[in-house]
Ligand binder design. Structure first.
Ligand code: CA
Ligand code: ZN
Length: 296
């Protein structure tokens, strides 16, 4: 049986009005062929960044209509594999990122990615740790640019959304309309200059509907941790919401009071920054699975 592959179907905002690129059943394994965040517009280190078509960046491949996904369900997305291309892209731009005020001229770096390594320069190689920057469903209301993260997912830039992880997304509309893109061969938490090692990729996922498992914000689980992911207009709000949502989950799953769950989180949980450069900021609250075995 050949796996269904979604390719050449790009969206620039997540929106219930998007035409499905494919229809799948709950439990299906499918492949998404994704473009880098610049939509392959930068192919040389001397390309002028300003001349890109900025209306067609941050593409996501999809969306995929998942049969049987109804509002109020959760969509379980198991990341089975992420295979990257051999050319990664990074850039620095004036007024972009945390140090943007100090960047006087733009630069683009094309980085060779081979044998599990990113060749940063003659002296420095980085281990690849591919992750998905943009992944989400049609939001509850209206259209949200693929560059923006929110409760539907989107541009969360969470380094833990990688092979072996399981993401749980809210379902707001029939079919959920799952889409993804913006893979990084590797990215540091924070993504301080606005790019990780941006790269084209093949992502293989298994998608399963979990009926009547309403989740209010994306949740994630890997071998060692359960995570809540929260995005908001500033870090303080994102931190509050991630912490509150995890506190509710710990209270519920471990039958604890707010205080006890809070103290447990304060002793054993980890609040981490995902990114601080997108239109909303994203943080994640991690609890060890030794303490909190599962989220749902
Ligand atoms: Ca991103
Ligand atoms: Zn990216």
């Amino acid at each position: 049986m050949t796996m269904k592959t979604i390719q050449d179907k790009l969206i620039y905002s997540m929106d219930a009005a998007n035409e499905p690129a494919a229809v799948i059943s709950s439990g299906d394994t499918i492949c998404f062929k994704t473009n880098d965040c610049f939509n392959c517009q930068l192919r040389s280190e001397s390309d002028p960044i300003g001349e890109m078509d900025w209306d067609h960046i941050n593409p996501a491949t999809g969306p995929v209509f998942v049969e049987g996904a109804h509002p109020g369900d959760a969509l379980q997305v198991e990341i089975l594999d992420i295979e990257t291309d051999s050319c990664g892209i990074m850039c620095a731009m004036p007024d972009n990122g945390i140090l943007g005020d100090l960047v006087t001229e733009e630069s683009i770096r094309l980085l060779n990615v081979a044998d599990g390594k990113v060749h940063f320069n003659d002296k420095i190689t980085l281990d690849c740790d591919p992750m998905i920057g943009v992944i989400g469903v049609a939001p509850a209301v209206g259209a949200i640019s693929c560059g923006t993260p929110d409760t539907h997912g989107g541009n969360m830039d969470n380094t833990r959304i990688r092979k072996g992880a399981i993401l749980y997304l809210p379902v707001f509309h029939e079919g959920a309309l799952l889409a993804m893109g913006d893979v990084h061969a590797v990215m540091g938490d924070g993504e301080i200059m606005v790019t990780g090692v941006e790269i084209n990729a093949h992502i293989t996922v298994r998608v399963t509907v979990l009926p009547e498992h309403a989740v209010s914000t994306p949740l994630l689980m890997d071998k060692d941790f359960c995570y809540v992911i929260s995005s908001d207009e500033n870090l303080e709000k994102a931190i509050y919401n991630a912490t509150l949502t995890m506190n509710k989950i710990v209270r519920d799953r471990l039958s604890m009071s707010l205080n006890d769950a809070g103290m447990l989180m304060s002793a054993a949980g980890h609040l981490k920054i995902c990114q601080v450069v997108d239109p909303k900021r994203t943080v994640t609250f991690a609890m060890p699975r030794k303490i909190l075995p599962s989220l749902l």
